[in-house]
Design a protein around this ligand. Sequence first.
Ligand code: UDP
Ligand code: MG
Length: 198
Amino acid sequence: PLDRRPATLPLSFVIPGLNEAESLPELARSISAVAKELGQEHEIIFVDDGSTDATWQVIAGLREELPSVRGVRLRANFGKAMALSAGFARARGETVFMMDADLQDDPKDIPKFLEAIAGGLDVVVGWKVNRLDPANRKVLSRIFNGTVGLVTGVRLHDMNCGFKAFRREVIQTIPIYGDLFRFIPVLAKWQGFSVGEV
Ligand code: UDP
Ligand code: MG
């Protein structure tokens, strides 16, 4: 069940990670630098999705360095959707971000998402422009986004982008399990939320 405690913070960052020990310190430091620049109180919720490397120890170490870091540890590897749900259920932000742990998403882009939220969007989906994935993946991505757009009417360039921002109400309304996290923008639109991309 989702946590219904009132929001107490402007920003939450929910970051699922499977064996991401090496990238978490840099990610946490750059998110907190951006939040500090914005003058916004925030929390960084790392969800350790059953890692077998030092991910959990690294999260524990970061908590000493950065008071905004929180850790959630899943008993086993349940997959990204479950890890996101566990993080969202604990997020206290008015705006809740999801980001990948592997430094694919640049915290410097956080302000762009916040501007879009301030401009009235409920869901802001990232769109990787200089995409470093292999060519076959880019083709699959175009087919996926095109098909989903045709079937659902929700047209986005990069529906699956791991970098998204939500107004709190969205994550309290939309259930995420299995592979549903891929379709959060569609489910949100069907629930009457406004969806856009940056
Ligand atoms: N991830 C996770 N559990 C899993 C698989 C992946 O929490 O079982 C995390 C992973 O650590 C990363 C994010 O989900 O932070 C996206 O995974 P990945 O980078 O492998 O996906 P891609 O960027 O290739 O779509
Ligand atoms: Mg990745």
